[in-house]
Design a binder for this molecule. Structure first.
Ligand SMILES: [Zn+2]
Length: 74
């Protein structure tokens, strides 16, 4: 879900907004669109959910070889 933190450059208001496609959010207080997007939203909010899914080591090697390429066992 494209939920971002924004800080309004006009009044300093911090808020969250859904950004769908190319639509631009506006400040809920002063309606300004001069906003600064905060990029650290996934780091400090709902931690651990943004880690890559798919489990351990998919793509490199297999269970029967320890090298990074499976050219010897496949
Ligand atoms: Zn504002």
């Amino acid at each position: 879900m494209p939920l971002f933190d924004f800080v309004c450059r006009s009044c300093g208001k911090e808020f969250e907004a859904l950004v769908m496609g190319s639509s631009k959010p506006s400040c809920p207080d002063c309606k300004s669109e001069d906003l600064e997007k905060q990029m650290s939203v996934f780091a400090h909010r709902s931690g651990g959910d943004s880690s890559s899914s798919g489990g351990s080591g998919s793509g490199s090697g297999c269970s029967s070889c320890s090298s990074s390429s499976c050219s010897t066992c496949h």
